[in-house]
Design a binder for this molecule. Structure first.
Ligand SMILES: Cc1cc2nc3c(=O)[nH]c(=O)nc-3n(C[C@H](O)[C@H](O)[C@H](O)COP(=O)(O)OP(=O)(O)OC[C@H]3O[C@@H](n4cnc5c(N)ncnc54)[C@H](O)[C@@H]3O)c2cc1C
Ligand code: SF4
Length: 489
C-alpha cells in the first residue's frame, strides 16, 4: 500500500470530493480518505432505517438551555452529505457574502473585501460539472400549498438543483439516488477522477490526526494517521494535507492534532430548520416527489424576517412519526397514530432561519465531542417567524391541522473560518492554517457567516477555488506534476 502522495484529502463530501477530484484531474497525485463506506447507486434502496444506519452519521444532538435539542444531521459515506442530501443548488446571495469581510477581514486576491463576484467563475464550473438545472416540474403537493403563499402576498419560485433529467421524482434522495440522476461528489468528481486520473480512494479510513512537524519555517503538516476498518493504524506522508471532514468534525480533527487557536470550533452556524406539516383532505403523496422543487425567498434577508421556506416534502415514515409536535409538545398515543395513518395527506414545508454563528464545537478533556448552542433573541425571532409564516401558509391553503418538528441542522458551517485576521479566523484567504504550513481546510468550516440558502454549491465553489490555488502552487509545496489526464468530453 502506497504511503506517500502529493495531497491527502480527509473527507469526501461537498468540499473534499471536489478538491480531490479537481486536483487529480489536473494531474496531482491524490489520496482521498473517507471514514464512511463506499456505496453506489447499485446499493441504494428506499429503506429508511437501513440508509440512516449505513449512510448517515449517527444522530448527534445539541441541547438548548430550554431543554429542547437541535438534531445535527449529516452523511457518513463516500460523497459525504452530498450522497444523502436533496441537491438544491442556489448560489449565495451577494448580501450574505458581503457579511464575510466584516466577520473575519476576508479579502480577495486584490486585497479588496471578498464579494460574491469572487466566486462567480467557480460557481460556473461546479454548475457545469453537476449539470445544475431549474426544477419547474411541480407535483400536486406544491400546487396544493401555492395558493397559501399567494394569500399571504408571497411567491413560490422553482429551485435549481443538481439532478438530471433522469430524476423520476421518487422522493428517495435521503437514502441515496438509485438512478444517479442526483449528483453527489461520489458519482461525479470522485467517480470521474477514479476512472480517468490518479486519484486513490480509501473508504472506511477514519483519520485520527494530522502529522505536524517543526521545520525551519515553523510547524508544517507532513501527513496523517488513520485507522482502517480492521482497526489497523496507518501513516501516510503528503506534501499538503486538506482537511474536509465537515464543519462538526474538521475542528475536532485539528484539535486532536494539537491546533488550539481559539477560532477553531467557534462560530458554528446551524442554519436551523424545521418541517411544518399541513393535513389536507385529499392524498398529496409528498413522499413521492423530488423533495424540493420550489422555494419562497421573500423573507431571506435578516431585515425582511431572515428565513427561507422550501416546498414540498415529508420525512419517510420513521422520521415523520418520531419528530411530530405541536404547542402541547411531542405527539404521542392515539393522536400520533391518527397522524401517522393519514401519512399520504400531509404536506411539509421546510422552514430555514438565518443564524449568527453563535454555536461551537467543543472537544472535552476525555476527547468526547460537545455542541454548545444558545440562540440569541434575534435568532429566536427568526426561527419563530419562519414557523408562524409556514403555519399561516398551510392554513390559508386549506390545511385542517398543522404540526411541526423540533429543530434540526442540515447546513452546519463556519467552525474554521477563512479570513485575513488570525484572531477571528482559523485559515487564511486560501484556506491555509494561520499556524501550520501545508495544512488546508476545504469544507463548510470555511464559511465565515452562515448563508441564508442551502450551502453546498458555495462549499463546492470554495473547494474548486482551493484546488485551483493548490495546483497553481505559489509556495512551491507540490512541485512539478505528471501530465494531466482528463475525462473524455
Ligand atoms: C438531509 C440533508 C439534506 C440536505 N440538502 C441539501 C440541499 O438540498 N442543498 C444543499 O446545498 N445542501 C444540502 N444539505 C447540506 C449539504 O449536503 C452540506 O452542507 C455539505 O455536504 C457539507 O459539505 P462538507 O464537505 O462540509 O461536509 P460533508 O459533505 O458532510 O463531508 C464530510 C465527510 O467527511 C467524512 N469524515 C468526517 N470525519 C472524518 C475522519 N476523521 N476521517 C475520514 N473522513 C471523515 C464524513 O464521513 C463525510 O463523508 C443537506 C444536508 C442534509 C443532512
Ligand atoms: S427524487 Fe430524483 S434525485 Fe431524488 S432519489 Fe429519486 S431519482 Fe434520485
Amino acid at each position: 500500500m502506497r504511503k506517500g502522495f502529493d495531497v491527502v484529502v480527509v473527507g469526501s463530501g461537498a468540499g473534499g470530493g471536489v478538491v480531490a477530484g479537481e486536483l487529480a484531474q489536473r494531474g496531482r497525485d491524490v489520496l482521498l480518505l473517507e471514514c464512511g463506506p463506499h456505496r453506489t447507486a447499485a446499493d441504494f434502496t428506499r429503506w429508511e432505517a437501513k440508509a440512516t444506519h449505513g449512510l448517515w452519521w449517527p444522530l448527534r444532538l445539541a441541547p438548548l438551555p430550554s431543554g429542547e435539542v437541535v438534531a445535527l444531521l449529516a452523511g457518513r459515506c463516500v460523497g459525504g452529505t452530498t450522497t444523502i442530501n436533496t441537491k438544491v443548488a442556489p448560489r449565495a446571495h451577494e448580501r450574505d457574502v458581503a457579511k464575510w469581510h466584516p466577520a473575519t477581514g476576508l479579502t480577495n486576491d486584490r486585497g479588496e473585501p471578498f464579494a460574491a463576484a469572487d466566486l462567480a467563475r467557480y460557481y460556473d464550473r461546479v454548475e457545469q460539472v453537476l449539470g445544475v438545472r431549474e426544477r419547474r416540474d411541480w407535483k400536486k403537493s406544491v400546487h396544493t400549498v401555492e395558493p397559501g403563499f399567494h394569500a399571504l402576498g408571497t411567491e413560490l419560485e422553482p429551485v435549481r438543483s443538481y439532478t438530471d433529467v433522469n430524476c423520476m421524482s421518487c422522493g428517495s434522495c435521503l437514502q441515496g439516488c438509485s438512478t444517479n440522476a442526483g449528483k453527489s461528489t461520489m458519482n461525479t468528481y470522485i467517480q470521474d477522477a477514479l476512472a480517468f486520473s490518479s486519484l486513490e480512494l480509501r473508504a472506511e479510513a477514519d483519520v485520527d490526526r494530522v502529522l505536524i512537524e517543526d521545520s525551519a519555517d515553523g510547524p508544517q503538516a507532513t501527513g496523517i494517521e488513520y485507522v482502517d476498518a480492521a482497526g489497523k493504524r496507518h501513516g501516510v506522508r503528503a506534501q499538503v494535507v486538506v482537511v474536509a471532514a465537515g464543519a462538526l468534525n474538521t475542528p475536532q480533527l485539528l484539535s486532536r492534532s494539537g491546533l488550539t487557536g481559539s477560532p477553531i470550533g467557534r462560530h458554528l452556524g446551524l442554519h436551523p430548520v424545521r418541517l411544518v406539516y399541513g393535513l389536507f383532505d385529499e392524498p398529496q403523496d409528498a413522499h413521492m416527489v423530488y423533495p424540493i422543487t420550489a422555494h419562497c425567498t421573500d423573507f431571506q434577508h435578516d431585515e425582511d424576517g431572515g428565513f427561507v421556506i422550501e416546498a414540498t416534502t415529508i420525512q419517510d415514515p420513521i422520521g415523520f412519526a418520531t419528530t411530530l409536535c405541536d404547542e402541547r409538545g411531542p405527539l404521542w398515543g392515539p393522536r400520533l397514530v391518527e397522524a401517522a395513518r393519514a401519512y399520504r395527506r400531509w404536506v411539509g414545508l421546510l422552514a430555514m432561519a438565518n443564524d449568527d454563528n453563535n454555536a461551537a464545537v467543543v472537544v472535552g478533556d476525555d476527547g468526547g465531542e460537545r455542541f454548545d448552542v444558545d440562540f440569541q433573541a434575534n435568532e429566536h425571532e427568526r426561527i419563530g417567524a419562519a414557523l408562524d409564516f409556514s403555519r399561516k401558509v398551510l392554513e390559508a391553503a386549506g390545511a385542517k391541522q398543522v404540526l411541526w418538528t423540533g429543530l434540526a441542522s442540515t447546513h452546519v458551517q463556519g467552525t474554521c473560518r477563512m479570513g485575513d485576521d488570525p484572531t477571528r479566523s482559523a485559515v487564511d484567504r486560501n484556506g491555509e492554517s494561520h499556524d501550520v504550513r501545508r495544512l488546508f481546510v476545504g469544507d463548510a468550516s470555511l464559511v465565515p457567516r452562515t448563508l441564508s440558502v442551502n450551502p453546498s454549491l458555495t462549499i463546492m465553489a470554495l473547494a474548486t477555488r482551493l484546488a485551483e490555488h493548490l495546483d497553481a502552487d505559489p509556495k512551491g509545496y507540490l512541485g512539478s506534476k505528471a501530465a494531466a489526464v482528463s475525462a473524455p468530453a
